[in-house]
Design a protein around this ligand. Structure first.
Ligand SMILES: C[S@@+](CC[C@H](N)C(=O)[O-])C[C@H]1O[C@@H](n2cnc3c(N)ncnc32)[C@H](O)[C@@H]1O
Length: 291
C-alpha cells in the first residue's frame, strides 16, 4: 500500500505572517504573464522561476528573423533546466519511496524533473496561491499528481512530518526568508543523513555592504539578498553540515548575457551582470547533510 505524504492541518498561524510575506505573495500572484517565465516553460511544460547556467550557443542570435526569437527562448530554457539538473545531481541517492520538499516551488518545474528522474514523491510549498494552483494543474496534466503535490504553505512552517524528507531544496528562494527560521524547518523535516541543496545569489562579505547593483536586484524582486557568510553561520547553527560548495557565478553569466541581447530583456539584466562582474554578488550551490 502506498502512503501519501501528510501535512498537518493548517496551524493556528496563518500562512502569510507579515506584511513582507504578503507583499512577496502579491508579487508572485500578480506577475503571472511574464514571457520570460511563461514562454520558456511553454517549450516543454516545465515552468521555472529561476535563472540558468552554462554556455549558450551564439548561433541562436544570428538565426534568420522568423524563428530567431523562438530559438533564443529554447536556449534560455535549456540553461534554466540545466540549473535544475545540476541541483538534482546533488541530492544524493533518491529512491521512488523517498519524499522530497521543494521549498518555494514556483510553478513546479524542478519538482517535476525530480519526480521524472527518481520516481519519488515531491511536495512543493509556495506562498503564492496562483503558483500552487498552476503547478497542481500541471501535475494533473502530466499525470504526476499521485506523487507531486503543491501546497499553499510557508516554508518556515511547512506542516510536514518531522524527519519525513530524504532531501529538501531551495532554488532561488532563500532571499525571501530568514535563514535561521528556514534552515530550522528544513532540519526538522529532513531525516538524519538527508540532504539540503540550495542554489542562491548572495552578496560578497569581502566587498562590505550591499552594492548598488545588489540593492537594485533586491528592489526589483522585493527580496533581501543575504551575505555569503550568513548562509554558513545559519547552516551550522541548524545542524546542516556543508558537503559541497560550488561557485556557479562564471556559469551564470552567459544566461544573463543572452537574456540581455534577447527580445525578453526586462532591464534587470545589467544589474546582475554588473554585480557578478564587479564581484559584489556570487551565485552559489551549497549541498549540506542533516546531522
Ligand atoms: C524566484 S521564485 C523560485 C521558484 C522555484 N524555486 C523555481 O526555481 O522555479 C521564488 C519562490 O519563493 C516562494 N516563496 C517566497 N517566500 C516564501 C515562503 N516564506 N514560503 C514559501 N514560499 C515562498 C515564492 O512564492 C516563489 O514561488
Amino acid at each position: 500500500m502506498t502512503t501519501t505524504p501528510r501535512l498537518s492541518p493548517l496551524a493556528a498561524t496563518p500562512v502569510l505572517r507579515s506584511d513582507y510575506q504578503r507583499a512577496v505573495a502579491e508579487y508572485w500572484d500578480t506577475h503571472v504573464n511574464d514571457p520570460v517565465n511563461l514562454a520558456l516553460g511553454d517549450v516543454d511544460e516545465l515552468y521555472h522561476h529561476h535563472y540558468g547556467i552554462g554556455d549558450y550557443d551564439p548561433a541562436v542570435l544570428e538565426a534568420p528573423a522568423p524563428g530567431r526569437d523562438q530559438q533564443v527562448v529554447r536556449e534560455l530554457h535549456r540553461l534554466e533546466s540545466a540549473q535544475s539538473d545540476l541541483l538534482l545531481d546533488h541530492l544524493g541517492p533518491i529512491a521512488p519511496e523517498h519524499r522530497l520538499l521543494d521549498a518555494g516551488s514556483g510553478r513546479g518545474g524542478t519538482s517535476f524533473m525530480a519526480n521524472r528522474r527518481f520516481g519519488c514523491h515531491v511536495d512543493g510549498v509556495s506562498i503564492s496561491q496562483y503558483q500552487v494552483d498552476f503547478a497542481n494543474t500541471q501535475a494533473r496534466r502530466q499525470k504526476a499528481a499521485d506523487k507531486v503535490r503543491f501546497h499553499f504553505r510557508n516554508m518556515l512552517d511547512t506542516g510536514l512530518e518531522a524527519d519525513s524528507r530524504q532531501a529538501v531544496w531551495t532554488n532561488e528562494t532563500t532571499m525571501y526568508v530568514d535563514l535561521d527560521q528556514a534552515f530550522a524547518e528544513f532540519a526538522r523535516t529532513l531525516a538524519v543523513g538527508g540532504r539540503y541543496v540550495c542554489i542562491t545569489g548572495c552578496s560578497n562579505d569581502l566587498t562590505g555592504g550591499r552594492s548598488k547593483a545588489v540593492s537594485r536586484i533586491d528592489t526589483h524582486y522585493t527580496c533581501n539578498i543575504h551575505p555569503r557568510s550568513a548562509y554558513f553561520k545559519a547552516l551550522a547553527r541548524n545542524g546542516l553540515v556543508p558537503l559541497t560548495v560550488t561557485d556557479l557565478t562564471p556559469l551564470a553569466i552567459p544566461y544573463w548575457e543572452l537574456r540581455a541581447r534577447s527580445h525578453l530583456a526586462t532591464g534587470i539584466e545589467e544589474a546582475f551582470l554588473t554585480a557578478y562582474k564587479e564581484g559584489s554578488f556570487h551565485y552559489l550551490l551549497i549541498a549540506a547533510d542533516r546531522t
